[in-house]
Every structure is written in structure tokens, then in C-alpha cells.
Ligand binder design. Sequence first.
Ligand SMILES: [Mg+2]
Length: 263
Amino acid sequence: MEIAEYVKKWKIFLLDLDGTVYIDGALIGDMKRTLETLRKHGKRLIYLTNNSSRTKEDYVRRLTGLGIYGEEDDVYTSGDATIAYLKRHCAGRRVYLTGTEKVRESFLKQGIRLEEEDPEVVVLSYDTEIDYEKISKTARFLRRGLPYIATHPDVNCPAKPAPVPDVGSFIRMFEASAGRVPDVIVGKPYRYMAEGIRELTGTHGDEVVMVGDRLYTDIAFGANNGFSSLLVFSGETTEELYRQSAVRADLTLQTLNDIVKYL
Ligand SMILES: [Mg+2]
């Protein structure tokens, strides 16, 4: 299929952030104009991130500050998808959440019952405020055999001068300590994040495209869930890495900016 045919078919763009839209907070090329052009052609933009250390409001503020948040746009994080999962599958249950203060507030605001002493479910999110007390508590509750949910699988989060440990690294620590691995991982590439997107957009299938720079989360998310996928080489994945990968995208571009040529 021609590139322009794909681009015409795609109605909803799920946009990864780091490595796709910006790198270290700096927009990639003329991303502002690219996103405006997509909107002008009737494409809906949803920023989709596995980073559960910040809330949707944090991201809206950040993207507005960068001048790339449109009125009709949306932000969806693995934290949002986890809230949707809890409402669907663990309604009313007491949750022990390892998470930042802001994220804890957003769970409470959405009606999730947070519990420090006698939880029924353990949720592990990207807690950049984690300390030894939280680590010990989480391990203790996991040893009780409680249902164990992690917001996403990423081992590292991109940062300068070097990547920093993300939830995937926490998961390995708790596996070593408590002998548990998550019963459910919500974020990209897993289906719970996709269910959240279907709930949000009321649509599914290949008119939704996942745009991202990471094979094992972004591109696998598209492939696993019946969405289209567009791999960009502006972040983690090099063309050399992609040649060796079993994960395949529908389309590849050097950067998302290249798409305007085909609109
Ligand atoms: Mg990325």
C-alpha cells in the first residue's frame, strides 16, 4: 500500500512523546506545524504515554507550554488506563498504590479507594518519590499474594545524561525480593491500554495508528491490538536495530514531520 493511502486511512493518531514528538523536552524539527497540519486534515491527536509518574493535567500543561496542545487533543497515560482497569475489574476494592503524590491524588479523584494498611490489590506505578518504606510495604503486600498490577513494563525512562530506572526495573526488584511478577501490566504494548483507548475514542481497528520510536512498547502495541503502527527513527530505534527486529511496523519514517508530504 502507498504511504499516502495509509495516511488517508488513519483517523486517530496515538502519539508517543519522548523520541517521537520531543527529545528531552525539545520538539523534533517543526513538530508544531506537523501536528497543526494533521489536525487541519481532520486527524484526531491523542498523546499516549506509559509514563505514570505524572498526571494527565501535568502533561496538558507541559504540552500547552510547548505550544502543541490543541483544543480537541487528548492525553492518555498508563495511569489513566490503570484507573479504567481498576474500575472495570476491581470496582470498590481497597488499593495499595505505589505512586507519586500527584498520581495518588488523581486516583482518589477518580474514585479509587487507596489503602495503606489492609489493601486488597497492589498497584505499582512509576513512583519517582519511592523510598525504602514504600518498597518494604509493597513487598510485604505482594507476599500476601494480593492481585498485583503494574502500570507499564518499561525498564528505563529516557533521561540526560543517562536513562533512569522505570517500573520495569522496580518489577525486577520485587521479583527478586518477593518472588512475584505482575498479574497484569496495563500500559503499551498490552491490551488493557488498548481497551482504555477504545473506551475513550469509541473506535478500534486500523484507522487508529500508534506512532512511536520504541519497538517493544509502541510498535508491538499496534501489532498486538489491531491498530496500525508507524515507527519513527527519531528516538530509540535505529534502522539497523529495526532490520534485526521481529516486531514489524506498517510504515516507517525518519521523523513524524515527514508525514506532511503525504497528506
Ligand atoms: Mg518514546
